[in-house]
Design a protein around this ligand. Sequence first.
Ligand code: S3P
Length: 168
Amino acid sequence: MGLIFLIGFMGSGKTTLGRKLANKIGYEFIDLDHKLEQQVELSIAEYFTLFGEDAFRRLESEVLKKTIYPENVIISTGGGLPCFFDNMDWMNAHGRTVYIKLAPKTLADRLESGKEERPLLQEKHGDALIGFIEQKLAERESFYLQANVIADGLSLTAEKLEQILNGN
Ligand code: S3P
């Protein structure tokens, strides 16, 4: 199957599902956010604070394109990555892309905890968090929808994802 990119909003389960699926089908797993953090020896939150979002977007695009991927690999991507530069086209040209789709309310529930590590979500709670997600998702969805496969993220499991990728 080659390179499989999991895309979607923060909190959609890209990393958790990606790791499980990779284990299940004997693929390697790469989390691009984690790879970026290792390269710069800073957390993403620290990188945002020091250099700002524009620099982060340039760096994440570079990490996407310069990483040497194993032959068979599941790659989880940061929520904004498909929406900048030609990253979405690049992923579609080099592998298969899967959009894990969830509604804003579901994403907000999942993101209410664990916001500390996500610079875009700091200080946002309750209705403000849902409103922010609705707005960002509206901006981003035209990119996400360019994925080869769109998977309903609600109660999605590694098993289901494997079936979807096999076309069942
Ligand atoms: C971001 C999502 C994060 C990370 C950064 C920006 C975004 O990744 O890349 O905080 O713009 O949606 P996750 O989707 O893995 O949380």
